[in-house]
Design a protein around this ligand. Structure first.
Ligand SMILES: Nc1ncnc2c1ncn2[C@@H]1O[C@H](COP(=O)(O)OP(=O)(O)OP(=O)(O)O)[C@@H](O)[C@H]1O
Length: 273
């Protein structure tokens, strides 16, 4: 789907931003059962930025991501992607969910799952195969294309789901707790994988996670949402340099400071302020 409304005015926020969230609110239901999930949220994300989104449980993180994906229409405000106000799934966007077992089709091989987003396009067969091979190679699954998802470990299945997102050549990748269902060691490998593919594919990434350490380890910025209705508690720059390492980055005093700061914001400790 490529539903975008005609551009009638320039996007608000920072000029050149990939994503602009402009005074977005979302209310589920109405009347007595209305639930105000997001309240007047505004921020911008620049090209190639990696932005983590964290917040208390039920704060509205998934609601925000679905709004950015064009899957939910905000009750108030608007989302702009690459200068266009969205009214549906924006072009050049892909999403990766936590539950890889439900997002992969078990009756298709890994290769055909990865090729799935190219289904309706007029990409020639040879080019299609090249894109699939490149995506599988990028996630370390070269040579596994003929297997079926259920023949792979959980971490490998999530890598297939990431490869499928890459096959559509997204400029914007939205990830909703993508590593919550894998063990700690696999998770570290996937975190480093995502940093590598961000550079290789030149993408902007918004990454929802419950894991405070992960949010800091991966990101250029951490957006901390408040308790519901969620607004922006703090927009934190992560000054840890462009390359990260699972051991040395996590030992860095700045990393330790930031993870404590984010934790206090989420747990409502006034010492953070
Ligand atoms: N379709 C829906 N209809 C009604 N309420 C909903 C719907 N989807 C979510 N909610 C409510 O909106 C609030 C925010 O939900 P959301 O899933 O966005 O939060 P979250 O921060 O991602 O949650 P979690 O930390 O548990 O992953 C929750 O109270 C949830 O129950």
């Amino acid at each position: 789907m490529t539903n975008t409304q005609p551009v009638t005015t320039a996007a608000p926020g920072v000029p050149g931003a990939t994503v602009v969230v402009d005074h977005v609110s979302h209310v589920y239901g109405s009347g007595d059962t209305a639930h105000h999930a997001i309240a007047d949220l505004s921020f911008s994300v620049m090209p190639r930025e990696f932005v983590s989104i964290v917040g208390p449980s039920g704060a509205g993180k998934t609601t925000l991501l679905r709004t950015l994906a064009g899957l939910l229409t905000p009750t108030e405000g608007a989302v702009w992607v690459e200068g266009k106000r969205i009214a549906g799934v924006p072009p050049g966007m892909a999403m990766v969910f936590q539950d890889y077992s439900r997002s992969l089709l078990p009756w298709l091989t890994v290769e055909r799952n990865v090729a799935f987003p190219l289904g309706g396009s007029d990409v020639p067969k040879a080019e299609r195969q090249r894109i699939v091979d490149e995506a599988l190679d990028a996630v370390g699954l070269a040579g596994r294309g003929r297997r079926y998802p259920w023949q792979l470990s959980g971490g490998m299945q999530q890598r297939v789901a990431i490869a499928r997102a890459l096959a559509s050549r997204p400029r914007l990748l939205l990830m909703d707790e993508p590593f919550a269902s894998v063990d700690a060691q696999t998770r570290e490998g996937l975190e480093d994988l995502v940093l590598r593919i961000r550079d290789h594919y030149d993408m902007t990434i918004l990454f929802v996670t419950h894991d405070i350490d992960e949010s800091v380890y991966l990101a250029d910025r951490v957006l901390v949402l408040s308790r519901p209705p969620a607004t922006l508690a703090e927009d934190i720059a992560v000054d840890l340099g462009p390359s990260r390492d699972q051991i040395t980055t996590r030992e860095d005093p700045e990393f330790i400071h930031l993870r404590g700061h984010v934790a206090r914001l989420i747990h409502g400790d006034d010492r953070a302020r």
